[in-house]
Ligand binder design. Structure first.
Ligand code: ATP
Length: 228
């Protein structure tokens, strides 16, 4: 459970006349559940990439609890992310040659650690998300099942931060509702801070706070303004 503080954040790309993201200040409390909304191109994915350390800000502070990840080297950001962030992406990012269980365990294996201590939790998470066949190749799964594998994988190491980029965008409404229930239930158990980018009204309304981006700036943040 970690809180986020952005200060004087600017993200620019070469050749573009204006920054794609410009946020003077934003604080997200530990355990808060926040939806980020906004039109296409407003900077939502860029914000995800910055707060997870996948990309580096051009300027500013990106502080999770007491770590300013904007100052870390790429290797240190990768290590910090592996230890603290559960990521659920729209297109799942599963490895096709592997089973569901192997995909859930992949973050541990990629860090060249023994998977043995994690197998019980992986199986328990798969049971919780309703996947009865851990050895099923992911290539034979439905999209809803694949998204559940991605949720189980994100939760494997009990992250303090869960970040999901359009986690229901490629699912039918029923599968989407199941995935959202599971994600929020598992996040609540770990009291994780949750940041979700979504256009899905049913997902957005389940969050404590809704931040709207327009052209890289915060255009609305009613719950945040009340708390400030
Ligand atoms: N590496 C890059 N180089 C140049 N421009 C970029 C780069 N990455 C993103 N952009 C631009 O930054 C802006 C914000 O992009 P971003 O993907 O964050 O938007 P988004 O709100 O997530 O959009 P969508 O809802 O369509 O996914 C866009 O105009 C995009 O073209």
């Amino acid at each position: 459970m970690l809180g986020l503080r952005l200060e004087r954040l600017v993200v620019s790309f070469p050749g573009l006349p204006t920054p794609v993201l410009s946020i003077p200040a934003l604080a997200i409390a530990p355990g808060e559940r926040v939806a980020v909304t906004g039109p296409s191109g407003s900077g939502k994915s860029t914000l995800v990439n910055i707060v997870t350390g996948l990309e580096r800000a051009s300027e500013g502070v990106v502080r999770w609890h007491d770590t300013d990840i904007a100052t870390l080297s790429e290797g240190a950001r990768d290590a910090w992310r592996a230890g603290n962030v559960g990521l659920v992406m729209q297109d799942f990012h599963l490895f096709p040659g592997l089973s569901a269980l192997e995909n859930v365990l992949l973050p541990v294996r990629l860090r060249a650690r023994s998977v043995a201590p994690h197998i019980d939790r992986a199986r328990e998470l798969m049971r919780r998300v309703g996947l009865a066949r851990p050895d099923q190749p992911v290539t034979t799964m439905s999209r809803g099942e694949m998204q559940r594998v991605a949720v189980a994988r994100a939760l494997l190491r009990k992250p303090g931060i869960i970040i999901a980029d359009e986690p229901t965008a490629s699912l039918d409404p029923e599968s989407g509702a199941v995935v959202v229930d599971l994600l929020l239930e598992l996040a609540a158990e770990e009291r994780a801070t949750v940041l979700v980018v979504s256009h899905d009204a049913r997902l957005i309304e389940r969050m404590d706070r809704r931040i709207r981006l327009i052209a890289g700036r915060i255009a609305a943040d009613p719950a945040g303004e009340q708390a400030a």
